[in-house]
Design a protein around this ligand. Structure first.
Ligand SMILES: *Cc1c(COP(=O)(O)O)cnc(C)c1O
Length: 413
């Protein structure tokens, strides 16, 4: 078993430490997770995940977002397999690219066109370039603490990043209209675009949905300044509203960045945009050796078709609500207050008086032993593969989690 010195996970970590700097990089480094969490996984199926030591988990991270229909969804796998038999990496895109762009334009009301990349960072970074090309201006507004990718203009770490990389980035506070207006004023006529997350989903913090006033102010400021409103829907995309997370607010972005769940785990990102930025988008030079991978595009078409046919958003909302209600009831039973914030499809569970995260870590470590994979500090994800039985198992594991968390001392900020 993982955590013991003779486990396959431990031995892989030891081998990785020799040939991979730090053993593992970025957000998937299991060193940041509670005791007992595996680093290495063997396989996934539906709502389940198996680590290299054969432990089975009900998965509430969904590969940190990409898995929206469940691991290895049969219709997506079939579409990918059919394309694999024909070829994945060719001298240009396959028919699937046109089909996928048509599908996105059909599904996303704000979209007149689509363009494709591999990772969410490609999409957000290219959207910024399009905004600058279209406006011939430089300043980009970004919310303090928001994640938009792992390249110098937006990386959460400043290690290896220069002041010049951030020279034209101005920060504002999410949902704070005054601070947004101040940032626009600071850009003083050089505003290319405002980047907004679909909702506030910063690491380790309570989640907040955008207020209508904030969303409308962002739109109005972009209209007034002739700048681009860029919604980063990379994480929330297709889980809140199939047509885009800000559709519910009635606020249409000029550009939207998508990735994560768009192809149920196959590597794909997209920008959708309106006609105002069509010309700018075709004027910039953007590309990547693997951006036209036919397999991912075929998987994307299958994923979006299944989500639309089966009302994926409705399913994830119902089961997410069931999980939230169950956790709330357990929190009352155990007299241990928690905060559950943001949309139920993307649960964030934080304990009160837990500045050192010991309660959250103890909760997750105990649930993991019961075969349920939660995260103590990052938002989690529901998928269409989750069943009421999975939620029951999750709540049973959470009961053990609350008992373990109760044993931890209170830690105030
Ligand atoms: C994950 C994420 C990105 C970056 O996507 P990658 O595929 O990891 O490059 C950008 N924005 C948000 C909101 C994300 O969650």
């Amino acid at each position: 078993m993982s955590g013991l010195t003779n486990s396959r996970d431990t031995s892989l970590r030891e081998r990785a430490r020799v040939v991979v700097p730090g053993g593992m990089w970025g957000h998937m480094n299991a060193a940041a997770l509670p005791e007992g969490y595996p680093q290495f996984f063997a396989r996934g199926a539906g709502s389940r995940l198996w680590d290299v030591d054969g432990r089975e988990f009900v998965d509430f991270m969904c590969s940190w977002g990409p898995i929206i229909l469940g691991h290895r969804h049969p219709e997506v796998e079939e579409a990918a397999r059919r394309q694999l038999d024909l070829g994945d990496c060719l001298n240009g895109p396959s028919e699937a690219m046109v089909e996928l762009a048509e599908l996105l334009v059909d599904i996303v009301p704000a979209a007149d066109w689509a363009q494709f990349q591999k990772n969410g960072t490609d999409a957000t970074t290219t959207a910024v370039t399009i905004a600058r090309a279209g406006t011939r201006r430089r300043k980009i507004l970004v919310a303090r603490g928001a994640y938009h990718g792992a390249v110098p203009w937006c990386s959460p770490s400043l290690v290896g990043v220069t002041t010049e990389d951030r020279a034209h980035i101005i920060l504002y506070d999410y949902n704070d209209v005054d601070s947004l207006e101040r940032a626009v004023a600071e850009a003083s006529g050089d505003l290319a675009g405002i980047v907004v997350s679909a909702f506030q989903h910063d690491y380790g913090k309570d989640q907040t949905l955008p207020t209508l006033a904030f969303a409308q102010a962002a739109r109005a400021l972009c209209d007034r300044e002739d700048a681009a409103l860029i919604v980063d829907d990379v994480r929330a995309g297709f889980r809140l509203n199939l047509g885009g997370s800000w559709e519910t607010l009635g606020v249409k972005p000029d550009l939207s960045a998508w990735s994560k769940s768009i192809a149920n785990g196959f590597a794909l990102a997209a920008i959708t945009g309106n006609d105002r930025f069509r010309e700018a988008t075709s004027s910039i030079f953007t590309t990547g050796s693997f951006w036209c991978s036919a397999l991912s595009m075929a998987a994307g078409v299958a994923t979006l078709n299944v989500l639309r046919r089966d009302d994926g958003v409705g399913h994830m909302t119902r089961l997410g609500q069931m999980l939230r209600d169950g956790l709330e009831a357990l929190s009352v039973t155990h007299s241990l207050p928690i905060r559950q914030t943001g949309p139920v499809q993307m649960p964030m569970v934080l304990f009160d008086d837990d500045a050192d995260h010991r309660k959250g870590f103890a909760f997750c470590a105990a649930a993991l032993k019961q075969g349920v994979y939660f995260h103590p500090l990052h938002n989690m994800f529901l998928s269409v593969a989750h069943t009421t039985d999975d939620i029951a198992r999750a709540l049973d594991a959470a009961d053990h989690g609350f008992k373990a968390a109760r044993a931890m001392p209170a830690a105030h900020d």
